[in-house]
Ligand binder design. Sequence first.
Ligand code: GLA
Length: 395
Amino acid sequence: MPSAQVSAGVPDEIADSLVSRFHDTVGREPVGCFVAPGRVNLIGEHLDYNDGKCLPMALPHATYAALAPRDDDRVNLTSLQEEEPWQGRLGALGPGHAEGWAAYVAGVAWALQEDGLDIPGLDIVVDSRVPVGAGLSSSAALECSVAVGLCALIGLELDHDLRRRLVSACMRAEREVAGAPTGGMDQTIALLAEREHALLLDCRDWSTEQVPWDPSAHGLELLVIDTRAQHSHSDGGYESRRNDCEEAARSLGVDTLREVDDTSAALESLSDTRIRRRARHVFTEMARVEAAVDLLRRSEYESLGQVFTSSHASLRDDFEVSCPELDLAVDTATEEGALGARMTGGGFGGSAIALVPGDRLDTVGEAIVQAYRSRGWEEPGLLPANPGDGARRLR
Ligand code: GLA
């Protein structure tokens, strides 16, 4: 694998070193060290807020949080990836009080307070192996690592019901405090992921089903390509796609695009061409999710790859959330022998995934790096990704 490889690290080693950094920074031992993963979505893009289904999996790349309660009402947050710590007070954690990375952490503490939990003053130190701005959900990993830590501090058992409750709290933190109107897929996978599985999530009723997914057992690798092209969910592009989908639903007289039965008739009736293309992506992507899950269950990976590549074309041409860096990663991967490839996550930069035969992994990775170099672009990050575990306690 080329030098561009981004390592997930060894969780136990990262936890040990974070515990000792906590000790150096705060001057005492943390109560525990908690972890939550980044994610990629295999298929079902921009469907969560349309009540559709998606199929995310957890990455081995994760965010780690060490925590201890305080006797006063102070909240002190430190990130090993950031220069400035953040300090606040328990009564002032909600909207408008914290910005940037700290908003995600303070926002979770606030959302859990709003949910009726008695959150104490806090010292928190976080460390992350999820690249930021790569569309791999570093924000949900941060929120969820802190959320499971806060629950442990106050003695709650991390069962399935609590995990579900934390999904809602983390979504609220992201929407209301961090100001990113995301759809819930990221927090759900960070909290409910199981190793060697993808999670089929139906965003209409939030029901979930674990789908076995272990590419390396079938001689395949899922390669994640971080294009390093800037990506953010709070800068308008994401929200405008949401608005377009809502407008399509309104024109069709339904609450969400999921409710449409006759999609061909619906598309014909939409007169605005942009809105029609947005809806077409949503409808065709819904069908692709069904096809992909079926193919995955039958281990038909060649066809699964083709479905990935069609999804990319739809996101590029109809939903218009791709960018040259994503297109180049996808095109190069498929030219070099990937079974299929697509952008993943919100788009406008961020990451792509490619389903690659194990013996083509280095060739595909090298070709993508070369293609970027020859255009004078920043080198992409490469993350070979086996489906990992969900949020949990490590120490
Ligand atoms: C981002 C959001 C998710 C989802 C994807 C697109 O990752 O955080 O909620 O909408 O974009 O599928």
